[in-house]
Ligand binder design. Structure first.
Ligand code: COA
Ligand code: AMP
Length: 629
């Protein structure tokens, strides 16, 4: 069947489409129907089923005779080690960890925060929670203690599972002091912590609160898989919004199982027994869907990679891993390919490896610029497929479904909507725009299975952020257009979210940190175009009258504060001190106009601007650091 047949098949009978996809999942009690719309516009899927994620991702493959197949390969160029875990080993390890968590009181519905680097134990911890029906919330290791504390207070975990350290090239990330500081800062205190001691740095444990990963499992009864309702939350994953308070995206159990399983075969062309590699981090949605759950639900082998595209040890690392582990489909961010291309422009290192196993490369996380796609296509002579999605959706909204058919690629477009997504482009007034016209990209409700049903403990915020602006639609926060052939083009965000090296960051959160500096009267943060990372944050500071500290000192201090409070991942390295910020007459800072000036793009003088002279001052300040025209 062609993509068109499948997409139209879904559109004409979504209920039948998803019930059929649901047959691939092992149910304790099958769903009586797919869509539950009684609380519309808040929708749920497969709510009356009983199911367990860990059973579907692990145990059922052992039962089906795949026990000796590798489930996880850990490849760490940083520690120069590689190891594999079979499905049987994974089941035993997860059952034991889940048993130990249960013995300490973790039950279905309890929240557990996971703060771990790229080691198989991170995936085991996620699966152990899933086994018990506990709701995990994984926090990315590049966030600082304060960000961890915000998440502890929001989801109120009974336990935190962490590692003693993470490893960045040339630097040990001391997780334990960050964890201790976060627990100090948070109002909510977990009952206990489980610490995986890595040999690179063993940390001290707080008696009574902290338990060592291995000894805490000694002598416990392994846990069986606990059946949960289809609409039971599988996890909460925090993502950046407009303010400093992150949004807790909720994922329901059954929808995730059905949707991810469908994508493995139909989008990525992966079957049981194949090797799939998403070079991301378990702290991001890509890591949840395509390092942990998707490949394992499909019975494939997943790769947990602890390294960088370059420097660990060189720009050939990706190709070495693909060769050594016979990776069939590879998923990474365009920024990673740009980093490789910068170090190895002629792709000489690619020639050192045998990439016969590889069938396609998938890119997501940020806009894939046509040059990067072209370079990779030329060097690999394979399909390079851009696809577009968000933490909120959990899987691709638009892609070229490689497992169904290889559609013509238009560079600069993530291709066409996937079944489940009726994507439209609207103007500010909510009217559809003609093909080729820029507007807000929205998705007609209901969103498909596996997407967010709500925000954790914040349904009003969920409605306000995503549903209220365009009634009947989900607002993606992206702007773009659809061409005459139905291909989507994602051009920009409509909010204050920026994308730095494939990482989604909130300029609002950075502004909150800057404005807490005692010398700062007012501030703004924008994203400016960056050749490697896509965007980089840039701060603007207006200082209070009479401040005697030098401008350089204030800038240095705010850079340190952002690193300390949000984390190194914010990559906030520069700020400009200016006299005034450009605003509308109602006082709104003209961030988008400032960003256009910084990127050297043409801009229209906003009709509502308060004082146009300020834009000239900003243009001058940007010129001073080599930005703008
Ligand atoms: N724990 C602690 N610190 C981390 C971290 C982690 N898990 N991940 C990143 N950091 C730190 C880095 O050490 C760096 O700190 P520094 O300022 O002291 O150098 C900072 O956060 C920024 O890191 P990063 O964005 O990785 O930039 P980089 O300059 O080190 O590397 C790239 C540039 C392009 C190679 C890198 O950004 C990259 O691999 N990007 C791909 C990202 C990706 O796959 N995203 C997937 C989302 S789908
Ligand atoms: P995240 O929630 O971190 O996955 O970030 C989602 C956002 O990243 C989207 O809303 C887009 O702004 C951007 N994004 C992700 N993938 C793509 C893509 N393929 N093309 C353009 N933008 C993308």
């Amino acid at each position: 069947m062609s993509y068109q047949d499948i997409y139209q098949g879904w559109k004409s009978d979504p209920e039948q489409f998803w019930m059929q996809a649901a047959q691939e999942i092992d149910w304790f009690r099958p769903p009586s129907k797919a869509l539950f719309d009684d609380k519309a516009p808040v929708y749920e899927w497969f709510s009356d089923a009983l199911v367990n994620t860990c059973w579907n991702a692990v145990d059922r493959h052992v039962q089906a005779g795949r026990g000796d197949q590798l489930a996880i390969i850990h490849d760490s160029p940083i520690t120069r080690s590689t190891k594999g875990l079979t499905y049987s080993e994974l089941r035993d390890r997860v059952a034991s960890l889940a048993g130990a968590l249960r013995a300490k009181g973790i039950e279905k519905g309890d929240r557990v925060i996971i703060y771990m680097p790229m080691i198989p134990e991170a995936v085991e911890a996620m699966l152990a929670c899933a086994r018990l029906g506990a709701v995990h919330s994984v926090v990315f290791g590049g966030f600082a203690a304060n960000e961890l504390a915000v998440r502890i207070d929001d989801c109120q975990p009974k336990a935190i599972i962490a590692a003693s350290c993470g490893l960045e090239p040339g630097r040990v990330v001391h997780y334990k002091p960050l964890l201790d500081k976060a627990i100090d800062l948070a109002g909510h205190k977990p009952d206990f912590c489980v610490i995986f001691q890595r040999e690179q740095e063993v940390c001290s444990l707080i008696p009574g609160r902290d338990f060592a990963w291995h000894s805490f499992q000694y002598g416990v009864e392994p846990a069986e898989c606990v059946p949960v309702e289809g609409n039971h939350p599988a996890y909460i994953l925090y993502t950046s919004g407009t303010t400093g308070q992150p949004k807790g995206v909720v994922r329901h159990t059954a929808g995730q199982l059905v949707a991810l399983n469908w994508t493995m075969k139909n989008i990525y062309g992966i079957d049981a027994g194949d090797v799939f590699w998403a070079a991301s981090d378990v702290g991001w949605v890509v890591g949840h869907s395509y390092i942990c759950y998707g490949p394992l639900i499909a019975g494939a082998t997943t790769l947990v990679f602890e390294g960088k595209p370059v420097g660990t040890p060189d720009a050939g690392t990706f190709w070495r891993v693909i060769q050594n582990h016979k990776v069939k489909s590879f998923f990474t961010a365009p920024t990673a390919i740009r980093a490789v291309k910068r170090e190895d422009p002629d792709g000489e290192l690619i020639g050192d490896y045998n990439l016969r196993s590889l069938q396609a490369v998938f890119l997501a996380g940020e806009r894939a610029d046509p040059d990067t796609i072209q370079w990779l296509e030329d060097k690999l002579n394979l399909p390079v497929i851009d696809h577009w999605w968000q933490t909120e959706t959990g899987w691709a909204i638009a892609a070229s479904p490689f497992g169904i058919e290889q559609m013509p690629i238009k560079k600069g477009s993530p291709s066409v909507p996937m079944p489940g997504y009726d994507v439209q482009v609207l103007d500010e007034g909510g009217n559809p725009v003609p093909a080729g016209t820029l507007g807000a990209i929205v998705i007609k409700l209901p969103l498909p299975p596996g997407t967010l049903p709500t925000l954790w403990n914040a349904e009003a915020r969920f409605r306000k952020s995503y549903l209220d602006h365009f009634p009947g639609f989900y607002e993606t926060g992206d702007a773009g257009y659809i061409d005459d052939d139905g291909y989507l083009y994602i051009m920009a965000r409509t909010d204050d979210v920026i994308n730095v090296a494939g990482h989604r960051l909130s300029t609002g959160a950075m502004e909150e940190v800057l404005s807490s500096h005692p010398a700062v009267a007012e501030c703004a943060v924008i994203g400016v175009a960056d050749k490697l990372k896509g965007q980089m944050p840039l701060g603007f500071l207006c200082l209070k009258k009479g401040v005697e500290t030098s401008h350089d000192t204030v800038v240095k201090e705010v850079v340190g504060m952002v690193r300390d409070r949000i984390g190194p991942v914010a990559a906030f390295k520069s700020a400009l001190v200016v006299d005034r910020l450009p605003k509308t007459r109602s006082g709104k800072i003209l961030r988008a106009t400032m960003a256009r000036i910084a990127d050297g793009e043409d801009y229209k003088m906003p009709a509502t601007i308060d004082d146009p002279v300020i834009l000239e001052e900003i243009t001058g300040a940007l010129k001073g650091i080599g930005l703008g025209k």
